[in-house]
Ligand binder design. Sequence first.
Ligand code: ADP
Ligand code: ASP
Ligand code: MG
Length: 414
Amino acid sequence: MSNLIVQKYGGTSVANGERIMHVAKTIAKTHAEGNRVVVVVSAQGHTTDRLIEKARGISSDANRRELDMLLVTGEQQSAALMAIALQTLGLSAVSLNAAQAGIEATSVHGNAQIKKIQTKRLQAELDNGNIVIVAGFQGINRYGDMTTLGRGASDTTAVALAAVLGASLCEIYTDVDGIYTADPRIVPNAKKLDAITYDDMLELASSGAGVLHNRAVEMAKRYSVNLVLRSSMSGTPGTLIKEDIGVERLSVSGLAIDRNVARVSVTGLPDKPGVAYSIFNPLAKEKLIVDVILLSVGKNETRDYCFTVHKQDLKTACDVLMKHQERIGFESLSTDENLAKLTIVGAGMANNAGVAASMFEALFESGVNIETISTSEIKITVLIDERHIAKAAKAVHDKFEDMLSEDYTETEES
Ligand code: ADP
Ligand code: ASP
Ligand code: MG
């Protein structure tokens, strides 16, 4: 049987009729080369943001189910438009939403996870000679309701389809020509990588590098999906994401910037077992993702807790904590939305004592104050004032320039 290729096109790549026609020709070419093709599309341009704004214009606290009902329309439009474009080129194409494509997901509106894909309809459409266009970013829960899979999650739809359909390749087409050592729009001298390991990419994506959705990378690793990220405009080869890239990168492999952070501080807590549990358990029950956590000594032997959440979760996090204030026992709660997170990632970091010091030196030299630090074996994260993020990213990137360039060390043959 012929090869199956999954191609995903992001918002910029399908932003208007002209771009859709351009992309349709790329799809047609892949099909003409004898491949079966499944295409995943995102909403056009900034459609998802606009839809969120529309809902906010009516309510600051829109019901999450209804918000998902609204957001899925963006991808559905793109899918139908792409099918129309392919049909004008004389090809057989059909668009499917998540319900039609059998994408079953959990019920967490706004951040659902794909549980299973029933491929019967997809297979039947492919067997009928159709190019199948699937609306990305959406799933259907066990009640038959539409859910969305998190911002940027059309990537995950594509990888999940590639895994379940046994595709030979999953191509993520976007508005940059590959994965760089940092966001090239913020750090202009960032270097394009020919290849990156699933592990390094997963850390970068989880730390805020929006170029790929983190669950897409996780799933690609789990199911050994051949993944490539490339430009929908230029014909350049892009970046391969795979298990082993044959060379070992030195200490730092990349840098990620995340502006989607807000900090919550609760102060005046008792110093006794169970306090952290009483704060974070109700947040976990609301499925809120909590990141950098800091515990410090406050006034009169009390304890203060600081942690970060995604900006869109800030209100819910505060509401949950205020509801439980008496039981948790904190005196005051404050928030800060003017922060950004800068993370350096690299598997080689664990064996290199100087990496953290070099990062702090770069920040010191550029006059950037560090608000919070958190480290693990493979990454170092700092929270800083959002206004300084570009300056800080450039300074840190410059500091590690030598390591981030083509300065690889060949892996020893074993
Ligand atoms: P799409 O709509 O195609 O999914 P995204 O905006 O989600 O596109 O992702 C592409 C963007 O990711 C780029 O325009 C770039 O600004 C940003 N980006 C962040 N980190 C990186 C990185 N390390 N390498 C390349 N691009 C990055
Ligand atoms: N349209 C969705 C978003 O903007 C999903 C995606 O583009 O991947 O987040
Ligand atoms: Mg994206």
